[in-house]
Every structure is written in C-alpha cells, then in structure tokens.
Design a protein around this ligand. Structure first.
Ligand SMILES: NC(=O)c1ccc[n+]([C@@H]2O[C@H](COP(=O)([O-])OP(=O)(O)OC[C@H]3O[C@@H](n4cnc5c(N)ncnc54)[C@H](OP(=O)(O)O)[C@@H]3O)[C@@H](O)[C@H]2O)c1
Length: 293
C-alpha cells in the first residue's frame, strides 16, 4: 500500500489507516480484533487510530501488536477520562498519555491528538503546553489536534501541532478549501476521519439517532451519480486522494472492508471529471453544511 509523508512530522503513513473505533466495542471478540490488526499490517496498513473513548480499543491494539509495535504508527487521543482529574486540564493530558502508553503496551506514542478540545481550552494554553511537554519527554512524537470548526482553524494556525484530524468525505467537504489547504501550506499532516461518511447507504430508512444520520440526509440531498462505481470505492478514493490528505482512517471491524478500501485507494484518484462532479454537487447542495465531529 502506498505511503505518504504525514506533513513535516517525519512519519510515513499508509494512505489507508485502520480507524480502530469499532474494535473497542463490547460485542467484538478479541480474537477477531487480533486477526483484523494482523491483516491490516499484512496489507501494508501501518497507521492505527484509536482513542481513550473507544472502549477497549487501546488495550486490544496493545495486545494485538505484541512483537509488531515497530511496524506501526500509533495515533491516539487524550484530554479526558483520567480518574481524579478534571477533563481538559494539564494533568488529564499528561496522565492520559501515561495511561495510553500502558494500555497500548509501548514506550512511545507516534501521534497524540487533543480529542475535540474546545477552542477556549486551546486558547488557555494549559493542555497544549502539557501535550508539548510529553513530546519533549519522548513519550509522544507528534502533538496533534482532532476536531472541527473554529477550534480546528485555530489549531492549524497555532504552530503548536504537527498534524490534524478532521472529517473529510463526499458528504463533508467544507474543510478542503479551508483548514486542509492551510494545513498543507504550513506542512501539517492531515488525517481524514469518517471517510465513508459512516456508510449511510446501508440504511434504507433515515437512521434517526445514529451517527450516520446527518450524512444520510446529505447523501440524499447530493443526488450523486457514481457512474457505476460502488459507493465504498467512490468515497474511499475521493477522501484518500483529496489534496493534502495523508491518510483516511477507515472505521471497520471487517478485514474484507479494509481490504476493499485498500484496493480502491490503490487504484488511484477518481477520474478528474468525477471528482469535479462530486465537488460541484457539494457546492450546490451543501450550503451551511459544517464539518461533523
Ligand atoms: N477524532 C474524532 O473525533 C473521530 C470521530 C469519528 C471518527 N474518528 C476516526 O475515524 C475512524 C472512522 O470513522 P467512522 O467509523 O465513524 O466512519 P467511517 O469510516 O466513515 O465509516 C465506518 C462505517 O462504515 C462501515 N463500512 C466500512 N467499509 C464498508 C463497506 N465497504 N461497505 C459497507 N460499510 C462499510 C463500517 O462497518 P464495518 O465494521 O461493517 O466495516 C462502519 O460502520 C474512526 O475509527 C476513528 O479512528 C475520529
């Protein structure tokens, strides 16, 4: 699988990463997670994205990576969920990194995001300074930000982060001309979350209350003509080859779906006229559509 530089971080990441949100769910069997992780590595997927809030994801990745730690780039997210400490404080970040190291069974994390940290908190400086200190201490290689909107824009311009994570998909293109372009100019890495827009085509009826609900509405409004391409392929190629995007974080618990995405992205960018039609569809239908956290 082709690798790209993650901005100026010095890290090289596969164009498709394993978004390890689903693997943390209680209904996932540990043996299946291990099989998925090994299949990912064998496919050349070298970036794994997890977070404190993804259930047992960090622990399971830590166990699955025994003996293969050096083959992967580990991305995680902190800022909350440390017993005895308020969320979005310096200690929540410092100890959050220590906890993640322990759960992931490693002595260093590669990319550590402040996970949807609000703008006022970023501006206050305490959590940013705590994250920078973990980098200086060699516990994290790259300080990163994950989120949308004003906070994302601030993060890109702040000079404090080497990489950002945000939603990029056919139904969520607003950031491409803003933060993604700016990040690229400034040498920041860009990781695209929710690249399939949560596969809204899976739902015949509006999935009220589901994470995919907003994207289901948008997909209908876009009235796409996929020109014969399967939607998973269309979405994966669009996001992975959007200028500035280093890697798409494909959220899956299925080796077959991961494999499908790798194959799709390896086929290269969509034909230029199809990419242009998808961009036009968004500009036409997407007034007021903001990046989805
Ligand atoms: N930083 C943040 O706040 C944040 C927020 C959201 C996501 N993320 C990151 O981005 C990753 C991906 O996000 P996401 O999972 O929300 O969205 P996504 O990748 O757009 O969609 C994932 C969904 O699509 C399904 N899927 C995958 N391939 C498919 C295929 N070929 N056909 C049909 N369905 C398919 C998956 O189910 P199967 O398991 O059946 O494949 C899963 O339910 C997360 O794991 C996480 O790493 C970060």
């Amino acid at each position: 699988m082709r690798q790209r530089l993650l901005g100026c971080t010095g890290l090289a990441v596969s164009a498709v990463a394993l978004g390890a949100g689903h693997v943390g769910a209680p209904d996932q069997a540990e043996a299946d997670v291990e099989r998925l992780v090994h299949r990912a590595l064998d496919l050349g997927v070298n970036l794994l994205d997890t977070a404190r809030s993804y259930g047992a994801s960090e622990e399971r990745l830590g166990r699955a990576l025994a003996g293969r730690r050096d083959a992967v780039v580990i991305s995680t997210k902190v800022g909350y969920g440390v017993p005895g400490h308020a969320d979005w404080t310096g200690p929540a970040v410092t100890l959050g990194v220590e906890d993640a190291l322990r759960r992931l069974r490693t002595d260093r994390l590669d990319v550590v995001h402040l996970h949807s940290c609000p703008l006022e908190t970023l501006r206050r400086g305490e959590v940013v300074a705590a994250l920078e200190a973990t980098v200086r201490a060699g516990k994290a290689r790259v300080a990163a930000y994950s989120g949308e909107g004003d906070a994302l824009e601030w993060a890109v311009r702040s000079g404090a982060f080497g990489s950002v994570q945000l939603s990029v998909n056919v139904c969520d293109q607003r950031a491409l001309e803003g933060p993604v372009r700016e990040a690229r100019l400034r040498g920041l890495g860009v990781l695209a979350k929710r690249p399939l827009a949560n596969a809204p085509w899976r739902f015949r009826e509006r999935p009220t209350g589901h994470y995919a609900e907003v994207y289901w509405d948008r997909l209908r409004a876009l009235r796409l003509d996929p020109r014969g391409l399967p939607l998973p392929e269309l979405f994966a190629r669009f996001a992975a080859h959007a200028p500035g995007v280093a890697s798409i974080l494909l959220g899956t618990a299925s080796p077959a779906h991961l494999e499908e995405a790798v194959r799709a992205v390896e086929a290269g960018p969509l034909p230029p006229e199809l990419t242009a039609a998808l961009r036009d569809a968004f500009l036409r239908a997407g007034e007021g559509w903001i990046g989805q956290v």
